[in-house]
Design a protein around this ligand. Structure first.
Ligand code: 5GP
Length: 226
């Protein structure tokens, strides 16, 4: 205890504790499978994307092992670092369609960042190859773009929706409750932009489950689809 009387020792200890708390130990409860709408990813943000790909379909952002007590954790676990050679040619061409880097056009770097930050925390269940194969399979299992189009929810400059309007057709198609995530533009206070649709999966990433509505689009604000 006497050591903590030294301000330097205290600072070192505080830094060490912060470092431990900011990383993950690889325990998690469930997976969030996050798909993004590229026009919102690049069109509703502080600064422009360096190489935007404004695809008109939902693409993968990531597969995130998550805790119910804090869905942004764990992250950056001590697993194997990303190895590009493990993304074999067929998987690579699949991911180029389902999981493109829509911000800066560097797909491999995007996959690397997602694996290192999230995939490492569930390596005991999905190794790197399985992590990307399973994500691609999740993407192909339900086509959100088509589900919304069939419900006449399409990009529109004028139309606005309630959270439940968008939730309902996805819930009917999948039998499970997704989570909708939105972005806001400070210049447009009374609307929010649909940005991501989250599917939740159990610990083994096999069975889809209902998502808890924690963070997400606000209930009282109309949603627009860019
Ligand atoms: P996370 O790191 O937790 O997976 O997600 C947040 C980060 O992912 C943000 O920094 C966001 O900019 C980034 N992100 C989302 N979509 C893309 C993308 O298509 N390309 C790249 N490079 N980053 C993305």
């Amino acid at each position: 205890m006497a050591m903590l009387k030294s301000p330097l020792a205290f600072l070192v200890l505080a830094f060490f504790l912060c470092f431990i708390m900011s990383t993950g130990d690889g325990t998690y409860d469930y997976f969030q499978f996050v798909q993004q709408w590229p026009p919102t990813t690049c069109g509703v943000r502080g600064k422009p994307c360096s190489k935007p790909r404004l695809l008109q379909n939902f693409t993968i952002h990531g597969l995130w092992p998550s805790n119910y007590s804090n869905p942004t954790m764990p992250s950056n676990c001590n697993g194997s670092k990303f190895e590009a050679r493990k993304v074999y040619p067929q998987l690579r061409s699949d991911l180029k369609i389902s999981w493109p880097d829509v911000e800066s056009g560097n797909d491999t770097k995007f996959w690397e960042g997602e694996w290192n930050k999230h995939g490492t925390c569930s390596e005991q269940i999905l190794n790197q190859m399985q992590y990307f194969e399973r994500s691609h399979a999740m993407w192909t299992s339900y086509n959100i773009t088509k589900i919304l189009k069939n419900a006449s929810i399409v990009p529109s400059a004028k139309q606005k929706w309630k959270y439940s309007d968008i939730l309902s057709p996805i819930k009917t198609a999948t039998g499970r409750t997704p989570l909708l995530r939105c972005r806001t533009d400070p210049a447009l206070r009374n609307v929010q932009f649909l940005h991501e649709v989250v599917f939740c999966y159990g610990y083994n990433a096999l069975k889809q489950i209902d998502c808890n509505r924690t963070a997400g689009c606000k209930n009282q604000v109309d949603i627009v689809f860019k």
